[in-house]
Design a protein around this ligand. Structure first.
Ligand code: NAI
Length: 345
């Protein structure tokens, strides 16, 4: 710790602002800013067209996945002196990478903060769907101790298809291997050592969908993976299988999923992310309700369980997000952008 302070506490006046700061992040950001000798302004507000003025004049900004870092905002901030963006996320689909690169902005992210946290949440969703825990808890609270309608399947021996064998996909595969499941992998890159260790087999997407009792999505959202699960590919899924998405909402075409659910083929769908979650998730709509018809329709299926993008949400992950994102800034402030870790390009 002493060494860190010595390196970072070379206090260079640089204006730093963190946007979309949630109450749950505040103590971690404040603690790490203090440790690293950074002075930061914390804003609850989300960066967007109407709030961009507040960010002007800052040389470094720290952003959450809901902040709008599109071309227009990047140009406008660049003109007012922005030099670096530190993302408090692994994903960067909210940032126009090409524009940031052209403007020579340094962009760093937190590539990994607790892959196991997300994998554990995916497993939790699966257990809730399979053994009907939410319904079971409610029933017992109502002094109804019957079991009708609560039966699940024994997961041991079932086939689990994992799409995207990166950090999170690996952590999920390890959990399911521990449960005693057979594993099918699908990825654009192969990790034969891991597959051999876990007894998994790499297959094409079609075979994975046709053969898996559980399908879990852990690949990034990009042009190639958008609507990876659409009408056609959802129809390939085995009758009575489970679908889990803790990746990104856009991996599944929501309308196709709704049509598929009406056919009553999938046994359960667990979603921690949703195609149109922006503006809905992370906010309290309990007094006015929501107007998103697709989300309402999804929520109306008893076999669909939705959580509000909380898979990452553990103490360890919050600590790591604050630490790594502020360390990225501290390194940059040493005026050596070339040694900033975790940069995008
Ligand atoms: P990673 O980069 O370690 O792994 C992603 C894997 O997906 C790589 O092996 C990559 O080759 C593979 N992939 C890329 N394109 C593919 C394609 N077309 N088909 C199949 N596989 C493909 O990423 P990590 O850390 O495992 O995260 C995965 C995703 O999880 C992130 O991109 C993010 O969208 C999501 N995530 C969700 C969180 C949540 O709270 N729900 C939190 C953090 C990440």
């Amino acid at each position: 710790m002493g060494l860190l302070r010595k390196i970072y506490v070379e206090d260079i006046a640089m204006k730093i602002a963190c946007f979309s700061v949630h109450e749950f992040e505040r103590k971690y950001l404040e603690n790490w800013a203090k440790t690293l000798g950074l002075e930061i302004d914390l804003y609850k507000i989300q960066l967007g067209d109407e709030t961009i003025e507040i960010a002007k004049g800052y040389e470094v900004i720290s952003c959450w996945a809901s902040d709008d870092l599109g071309a227009k905002n990047l140009h406008s901030l660049n003109e007012s002196g922005l030099k670096m963006i530190s993302l408090r996320s692994a994903g960067f689909s909210h940032l126009d990478v090409e524009t940031a690169r052209k403007l020579n902005l340094v962009v760093a992210r937190v590539p990994s903060y607790s892959p196991e946290a997300i994998a554990e949440h995916a497993f939790g969703l699966l257990m809730c769907l399979n053994r009907h825990y939410p319904k079971a808890f409610q029933r017992v609270k109502d002094f109804n101790f019957t079991l009708e309608g609560l039966e699940g399947v024994t997961l041991h021996g079932k086939t689990v298809g994992v799409i995207g064998i990166g950090l999170i996909g690996e952590a999920f595969a390890r959990i399911m291997a521990g449960v005693g499941c057979k594993l099918l992998f699908h990825d654009v890159q192969k990790r034969e050592d891991l597959a051999n260790e876990l007894g998994a087999q790499y297959v094409e997407l079609k075979e994975l969908l046709e053969s898996s009792d559980v399908v879990s999505l852990h690949c990034p959202l990009n042009d190639k993976t958008k609507y990876l699960l659409n009408q056609e590919t959802l129809d390939l899924m085995k009758d009575g299988s489970f679908l889990l998405n803790t990746g990104r909402g856009g991996l599944i075409e929501t309308q196709a999923l709704i049509q598929n659910l009406k056919k009553d083929k999938i046994r359960g769908v667990g979603l921690d992310v949703y195609e149109y979650e922006e503006g809905v998730f992370f906010k309290d709509h309990s007094s006015l309700g929501i107007s998103d018809e697709s989300l309402l329709r999804l929520m109306s299926f008893p076999k669909v369980l939705i959580t509000s993008h909380q898979a990452f949400f553990t103490e360890e992950a919050l600590e790591n997000i604050a630490k790594i994102s502020l360390e990225n800034i501290a390194t940059y402030i040493k005026r050596d952008p070339l040694i900033v870790n975790n940069t995008l390009y």
